[in-house]
Design a protein around this ligand. Structure first.
Ligand code: NAP
Length: 496
């Protein structure tokens, strides 16, 4: 059970503590933030509302801890990360229970998220040892006009304090995808978890605590992003911001100072289906890609662009699969579970009603109870409908019928987002040419968009992000190159 067993020290009365200097603490604010269970729509947990003074103290301690950590051998950093990975997997059930209660993630997917996170931490430890153990050796005579008297040694050094802000939909996985690369690279981490998902994140942080990381190296500040977020992102102590979320990221990028930014933002991933596609394969991927975790994934299929000649066949097959989906509570492992908040459900409903009013065809009846929205496929969606462009982050999927491939590519590239896209065709040459024309960070051929495996590069163009993630890219992003130049006394060619 959450808050019991190994996690008992996280909770006092009914409020979860925040983590600072190796200890679980109550905020001096005396205030807490409620986490509403999306299924029951009743308060489930409470977390501390941390103050600005507490953030200041965290930054000071974090800076000191980082200096010592940067001198800690790589193998030692990796050893602790491996230990944390084992602890995460050992405690997968209580952590997954929080995910079920806080964000209505189906129980089996919640366990998968924790296990995947443990794997990510281990992989990161191994990869970090390899890539951080290597530097470069340059000689000056390779540049025109230079002698062979300067030798340059480069290595990768940590940035300092990495501020990690993940979103609600993967509060454990998208936290460790920032924490593990930051730590292996010699940085300290200040984590601000999403409010919905904060308790799962606190449990995850406790696994790092139990692993025995030095005090002050990892901190976790809780509170509403709207209240504490600006203070954190504009704090002079922060040396790097790794953020995943929605438009908030665009605002942060405008306010942040001279620090490297890693931004993983929204998506409107297009699925282009050609006449020669394997329609069964395409339909299976449209359903999996569009409706897994009720469409609350950055890489969910968010618009289907299908050639008119095969559109009826595709829609029929998708409809048949949607009819078989189970809808209900996450504890029962239903395919479709309540969306995270009432305001999200209202937003989704607004998009659906706009499409209805403008003439979209509903393939199922629109049904909603509280935060629970039944899966809905909308056919004959046109570019004048909001659903053609906006990210619903819910179980509603628009189908736009196209008559040329160019029309599909144009729709994909006209979006503000450019995260991923996918193409279904049996013609690899066509697939490659369309991939080349699609302006997105990744294109999947004959499969739905996906973030993982977590060592693949992952990046979004335009409003979908800054930088590139994936374990190797994140480690590199959280370091800076340092050069040491040895100046020899005389040009080497004059030596006898
Ligand atoms: P969000 O509303 O942008 O929140 C993300 C995080 O930012 C939360 O931890 C939130 O804390 C915090 N926050 C809020 N205001 C802040 C501020 N002023 N300063 C600093 N932090 C602040 O996004 P979400 O609803 O959690 O997640 C859904 C979005 O994330 C979707 O758009 C989805 O596409 C995107 N996403 C992208 C990726 C990717 O890899 N590209 C992956 C997953 C999700 P509170 O919860 O306390 O408000």
């Amino acid at each position: 059970m959450a808050g019991s067993g190994a996690f008992v020290e996280l909770l006092e009365e009914d409020v979860y503590k925040y983590y600072f200097d190796g200890e679980w603490r109550k905020s001096a604010s005396g205030k807490s933030v409620s986490i509403i269970n999306p299924t029951t729509r009743k308060p489930q947990y409470k977390v501390q509302a941390c103050t600005q003074e507490e953030v200041n103290k965290i930054m000071e301690t974090s800076k000191v801890a980082q200096k010592a950590w940067a001198k800690t051998p790589l193998w030692k950093r990796a050893e602790l990360l491996h230990r944390a990975a084992v602890l995460l997997k050992e405690h997968k059930n209580p952590i997954a229970e929080c995910l079920v209660k806080e964000i209505a993630k189906p129980a089996k997917d919640a366990v998968t998220e924790v296990v995947r996170s443990g794997d990510l931490v281990s992989y990161c430890a191994e990869e970090g040892v390899r890539i951080l153990g290597e530097g470069k050796f340059l000689v000056s005579d390779s540049f025109p006009g230079n002698d062979r008297n300067k030798l340059c040694l480069t290595s990768k050094i940590p940035l300092g304090i990495v501020l990690a802000i993940p979103p609600f939909n993967y509060p454990v996985n998208l936290a460790v995808s920032k924490i593990a690369p930051a730590l292996i690279a010699g940085n300290s981490v200040v984590l601000k978890p999403p409010t919905q998902g904060a308790v799962a994140a606190l449990h995850m942080v406790h696994c790092f605590h139990l692993a025995g990381f030095p005090k002050g190296l990892i901190s976790c500040v809780t509170g509403k992003g709207s209240e504490i977020g600006d203070f954190l992102t504009m704090h002079p102590g922060v040396n790097c911001i790794s953020f995943t979320g929605g438009d908030t990221g665009i605002a942060i990028s405008k306010k942040a100072g001279m620090v490297p930014l890693q931004m993983e933002l929204g998506g409107k991933d297009a699925c282009i289906i050609l006449e020669d596609a394997d329609i069964d394969l395409a339909a299976a991927n449209v359903v999996k890609g569009g409706f897994s975790y009720s469409g609350q994934r950055c890489t969910a299929v968010k618009v289907v662009l299908v050639m008119e000649s095969v559109a009826d066949a595709l829609v029929e097959k998708v409809k048949a699969k949607v009819a078989k989906m189970t809808v209900g509570p996450p504890e029962e492992n239903c395919d479709i579970t309540p969306v995270v908040t009432e305001s999200s459900a209202n937003y989704i409903e607004g998009l659906v009603m706009d499409a209805k009013q403008k003439g979209a065809t509903f393939c199922q009846e629109y049904k909603r109870e509280g935060n629970l929205i039944w899966p809905l496929l909308l056919d004959h969606v046109r570019p004048d409908m909001r659903l053609a462009w906006e990210e619903p982050f819910g179980p509603v999927l628009p189908v736009i019928r196209i008559t040329t491939v160019e029309e599909g590519i144009h729709h994909c590239n006209a979006s503000n987002f450019g995260l991923q896209g996918c193409i279904f065709t049996r013609d690899i040459n066509k697939a490659m040419m369309i991939s080349d024309a699609m302006e997105t960070g990744t294109v999947q051929i004959n499969s739905a968009p996906a973030r993982g495996p977590d060592h693949f590069p992952f990046q979004g163009l335009r409003d979908s992000g800054i930088g590139s993630q994936g374990i190797t890219n994140s480690i590199s992003m959280m370091t800076k190159v340092k050069s040491t130049v040895i100046n020899l006394p005389t040009p080497s060619y004059t030596m006898g």
